[in-house]
Design a protein around this ligand. Structure first.
Ligand code: ATP
Ligand code: MG
Length: 396
């Protein structure tokens, strides 16, 4: 493999799955920087991510291999997948340098999001020493912020960084996974061979969340009473999901996580929201319990890798409701109110009945109950609840 003065592009990533954004960036880099080839390196155990939610390395490798077949300039490496233990970019680059020989120049290709994280990786100074960097923009990353990072890397580490001229494509693996999960099209976002592979192997269909692990994880954080309530909400959510044509696994996992931050003390809720950059309005700040939906969603996202925006939204707003509620939003808000452990509550049977035939009506009744209870306690009603009530009442 040794060949003097070669220029090799290396693109590391989870590639779960590989998509046209990756391929377009690799091709752009190859042309702009006259690279002899580009090597895609799917990660093994990623030190930054919760590995249980990532597809097995063998599958991610195969999808990458399908994408590059037929392109003489592209190749895929198993180097990280086959490594036991955590995978660090610095180790991969060291090994590639050894394989290719000292005279080969390595260009590490990274998207703007990865670029802004690079300082937190193991041994950034050695990474910047082993290779030059080609930084590609991503639509969701602010160009100014990226430039500041690049300047810092140059100043602090003497990093050799070039920017890619190829315009960024708004494609991401997480978006593709979310689309597959809710059966929305992914055509033209990734190679057709990969699309077929995903179908054939049933990837990303919602089974990617390990339900048992999720249950163990949440139940260990809640009192027995709160966990019984959670399971009741899950039961009702699944029943409603079936009636209204929503993915039942999705409804279940939404319910499992909906209250995971509920039992934190008020001050702790506020502290964690501040720490995680969750902005609270004045109503939430004065009634920290209302913020447990926002915080539960954030915990589900960061600690359990739940990425589905519909699931996260339902968890976020189950306490207050929100504008333009989705079916899943309404299901969780209603099930939270009707679940079998709730007894001796005036009007609850009427809501249970309504839920089976008219979800908007049931949601409106739940919101009314929430609002009445808040007024009884002489507390401020959240404006989201008022808006949600108006909208759902208008629909019935
Ligand atoms: P996820 O949404 O799961 O994070 P991803 O689309 O970001 O997936 P990764 O496998 O995480 O894909 O990314 C591997 C590398 O490719 C990273 O450096 C990332 O920044 C870059 N990358 C991914 N998609 C794009 C894109 N559309 N444009 C530019 N760079 C991209
Ligand atoms: Mg990414």
């Amino acid at each position: 493999m040794r060949d003097d003065n070669r220029r090799i592009g290396v693109m590391g990533g989870t590639f779960d799955p590989i998509h046209n954004g990756h391929l377009a960036v690799a091709e752009g880099a190859r042309r702009q920087f006259g690279l002899d080839s580009v090597l895609f390196v799917p990660t093994g155990k990623a030190p930054h991510k919760n590995n249980s939610a990532i597809s097995p390395g063998a599958l991610r490798y195969e999808m990458a291999a399908l994408s590059v077949s037929g392109n003489l300039y592209f190749d895929v490496s198993k180097i990280e997948i086959e490594r036991a233990g955590a995978s660090y970019t610095v180790d991969t680059l060291t090994e590639l340098k050894r394989l290719y020989g000292k005279k080969t120049k390595i260009f590490f290709i990274a998207g703007a999001d990865a670029m802004t994280e690079m300082f937190t990786w193991k041994s950034p100074e050695r990474i910047f020493d082993l290779c030059s960097i080609i930084a590609a923009g991503r639509p969701e990353v602010d160009g100014e912020a990226l430039n500041r990072q690049l300047t810092l890397a140059r100043e602090r580490y003497g990093a050799k960084i070039y920017t890619l001229k190829t315009p960024p494509l708004a494609i991401s693996s997480s978006d593709i996974r979310n689309r597959v999960q809710v059966e929305r099209p992914v055509k033209y976002l990734l190679p057709e061979t990969v699309e077929l592979y995903i179908k054939k192997h049933g990837l990303y269909r919602g089974d990617r969340y390990d339900m048992e692990e999720a249950e163990r994880w949440v139940s260990s954080r809640l009192s027995d009473k709160r966990w019984r309530h959670t399971m009741g909400v899950a039961e009702d959510s699944v029943r409603l999901a079936e009636i209204y044509g929503v993915n039942r696994r999705k409804a279940y996992i939404t319910a499992v996580f909906h209250d995971c931050a509920k039992e934190l003390p008020a001050a702790e809720k506020l502290r964690r929201c501040d720490e995680r950059g969750i902005r609270l309005d004045s109503v939430m700040r004065s009634q920290p319990d209302l913020a447990h939906g926002l915080l539960s969603a954030e915990i589900a996202k960061t600690e359990f890798n739940i990425e589905d925006p519909e699931i996260l939204n339902a968890i976020r707003f189950h306490t207050t409701g929100c504008e333009q509620m989705s079916l899943l939003d309404k299901i969780l808000l209603t099930a939270d109110c009707t679940e079998p452990n709730r007894i001796n509550i005036a009007g609850i049977d009427a809501i249970r009945e309504a839920a089976l035939i008219d979800l908007d009506k049931a949601t409106a009744l739940c919101l009314r109950m929430k609002i009445a209870y808040t007024e009884l306690k002489k507390q401020a009603v959240h404006p989201f609840s008022v808006k949600a009530l108006r909208e759902t009442e208008n629909k019935t």
